[in-house]
Design a protein around this ligand. Sequence first.
Ligand code: UDP
Ligand code: MN
Length: 283
Amino acid sequence: MTGGIRADGRARSNRAFVTLATNSDYVIGAAALIRSLRRTGTTADLVVMYTDLPGGDLARISALGARLVQVDLLPTSDAFNALHGRDRLHGAAPFTKGEKPPFHTPLDNFAKLRLWQLDYERVVFIDADAIVLQNIDRLFDYPEFSAAPNVYESLGDFHRLNSGVFTARPGAATFDAMLAHLDRPGQFWRRTDQTFLESYFPNWHGLPVFDNMLQYVWMNLPDLWRWQDIRILHFQYEKPWQIHAKVDDLNVLIELWRAHAGDGPVPDPATLPPPPGAGPGRA
Ligand code: UDP
Ligand code: MN
């Protein structure tokens, strides 16, 4: 590891599941994610990258057995930071499909790229707003760069990847090349790390949608939903620890997230009901 990154202790494995939390709201998500990963029986390291967090948050993550890695935001230019500021980005490229929470800072997303500086051979990154429902260790065998399509509305979604789950092989050369590609005069990444990664890895490999099932599929594409198949459930847009406009529609998913976030039992997803709009004849 070099500049901009300070790890707690040593790596115990050469593989790690990695997430990012730059504020206390995303720590709530990261804690549920770590708990859900533990339940899968994985022996890979569980890593939380963070920028600046209160001591209580750090203690909470440590107590779950995760390795803490402090990272700086990327050394991007003032012009880049201004273009990707929250208000500027929401004005230039408004979100029309769902609401981003107030604690979401677009510029912080790019800190994900610090994982290419980590001391692991293989990494699977997972957003802090996701939970893992089945063992996903096989993802370490997928090549760099693999991600699932950003499917939550229609067939057109298959053109784009979702950067909430992806596979990577850390390396300083890749990290340096990424920084050079990221911050060029006038370059604007309208969906931050997601559009950047799409551009940096134009021949990205596809993961099944079940490795990154987006919560809006429950409402918009109910026929795609089959609890037995879903390995990672990702709460894109509104977060399950927020009060928001879609809590009634997404109640079954939010309750499952709460079970993973807490100390009590977690239901077998196969016992959960299908989405309300699902058609007949589904297994
Ligand atoms: N993130 C963070 N702080 C921020 C914004 C994002 O730590 O201010 C991290 C966190 O891991 C989060 C991920 O980056 O899950 C991507 O953001 P988010 O999940 O909110 O985006 P969405 O999935 O809704 O597109
Ligand atoms: Mn997310």
